[in-house]
Design a protein around this ligand. Structure first.
Ligand SMILES: [Zn+2]
Length: 146
């Protein structure tokens, strides 16, 4: 079977054509680093209850497997999350289907990241985090004509 090359990835933000640079800027403002840091963390339990009680993700790591800070931009990448398990071949490149994770949780934590429990929780997180950021933006723009 011949594999057809994947077309250039279309990136969207807020429903509009965008770029990886713009999407990444949004994701960093929303997630602030690897989202595994929220998991089973009592400091974040109030804001992100859906990320509590999941399998232990372990520490954040770089691509070489060394422990790193979840806030370290150069050790982070994006994880794609489909709407439903096994639907389309690949999740869309937009803020509804991507989160920031470190390389450790992307590569070495593959089983953690792709587990159905974690996937379901991350979908809830994405929806709540987008909503939260949208609300904050609304408050910021009040009185400034949008
Ligand atoms: Zn991580």
């Amino acid at each position: 079977m011949v594999k057809t090359p994947r077309p250039a990835a279309a990136v969207r933000l807020h429903g509009q054509p965008s770029s990886w640079v713009m999407l990444d800027a949004y994701l960093w403002r929303r997630d602030g680093g690897c989202i595994a840091r929220f998991v089973n963390n009592t400091l974040w339990a109030g804001r992100w209850p859906m990320l509590q009680g999941l399998p232990d993700p372990g520490p954040c790591r770089n691509a070489a497997g060394d422990e790193r800070s979840p806030y370290d931009r150069e050790n982070c990448t994006r994880e794609h999350v489909k709407d439903e398990p096994g639907m389309s071949a690949r999740a869309e490149n937009d803020e509804d289907h991507t989160v920031i994770v470190c390389w450790g949780h992307h590569v070495f934590g593959r089983q953690w990241c792709t587990g159905s429990l974690v996937r379901a929780a991350v979908r809830l997180y994405i929806a709540a985090a987008n909503q939260r950021l949208s609300t904050e933006r609304g408050q910021l723009s009040t009185g400034q004509g949008g």
